[in-house]
Ligand binder design. Structure first.
Ligand code: GLY
Length: 280
């Protein structure tokens, strides 16, 4: 059993030591809690469980504490992919729900598995997801002062369970200040992908992640026989050709972890039952 999570990017210059330590502690708590859960649940159930906790933590840009768009509204995106069945489901630009990842989970059993905007909101209400405002005062202050809150990013998780199955989940509040209608990478296979060889969750600038088809390329390279490091490095080399801004966490079926970022530093933590690693 292996588990890796991320909470976006942070910048040394704009993040206080206090916030950095708080993020390290939050990731540790969520990772270890989710690893316990993985003991008796599938990879798919666990990635959703972990991302729900990341969405609930105000420190991260997903769910509660999401970024505000240029028209003053919060629109969130989240997706989940089961590596064994290859099923992908997600919500794009959903509003006023507490946990977008839980709406994405609910869509797994439908034929129409990725919903956007009004359709996603209606689906959530029809399925008893209560109205919930994910805004926090800090984000409103940043919005009013026209400040991008650097270092927030996206959240995600990849899990390998006892049966060797892999799943990936990703959730985001977006870039902040984006045009209404803008589509994030987080509910596409460029930002969240899993197959029987590996799982990948990305953070960074959605447009760059889609242009670089980051998670999809890593997944396909591994299914074509690349080792984890070679698959990630080649994909990030191609991203660098257009100065793409992205980070990725990757976990393969052999239990190897890998993380890479184009513009350090990514906020991540991993655990294999013995060794715990967290970003520094
Ligand atoms: N990676 C999150 C976004 O650009 O929306």
């Amino acid at each position: 059993m292996k588990l890796i999570i991320h909470g976006g990017f942070f910048s040394e210059s704009s993040t206080s030591l206090e916030t950095k330590i708080a993020k390290q502690e939050a990731l540790k708590r969520i990772l270890l809690n989710s690893y316990d859960f993985l003991e008796s649940h599938s990879a798919l159930e666990t990635v959703i469980y972990a991302v729900e906790q990341l969405e609930d933590d105000l420190l991260f840009n997903a769910g509660i504490g999401s970024q505000i768009q240029s028209d003053g509204k919060i629109r969130m995106s989240a997706s989940v992919m089961d590596g064994s069945s290859k099923k992908f489901s997600g919500v794009i630009n959903i509003e006023n729900v507490k946990n977008p990842i839980r709406v994405a989970e609910r869509l797994m059993s439908y034929d129409d598995r990725v919903l956007g905007g009004e359709g996603a909101i209606k689906f959530a209400r029809d399925n008893d997801f209560a109205e919930f405002n994910p805004e926090i005062p800090q984000r409103r202050l940043e919005f009013e002062e026209k400040l991008k809150s650097l270092g927030t990013g996206t959240v995600g998780c990849v899990a390998l369970d006892k049966t060797g199955k892999i799943a990936a989940a990703t959730s985001t509040g977006g870039k902040g200040f984006e045009m209404p209608g803008r589509i994030s990478d987080s509910a596409t296979t460029a930002g969240n992908y899993a197959n029987e060889f590996c799982g990948i969750s990305c953070t960074g600038v959605g447009e760059d992640i889609v242009s670089g088809a980051v998670a999809t390329k890593i997944g396909i390279r591994m299914s074509d026989g690349f080792e984890i490091g070679a698959a990630v490095e080649k994909t990030f080399k191609e991203l660098a050709e257009f100065d793409g801004f992205a980070g990725a966490i990757v976990l393969d079926a052999k239990g190897n972890f890998y993380h890479q970022d184009s513009h350090p530093s990514m906020v991540f933590a991993s655990y294999d039952g013995e060794k715990f690693e967290v970003f520094r």
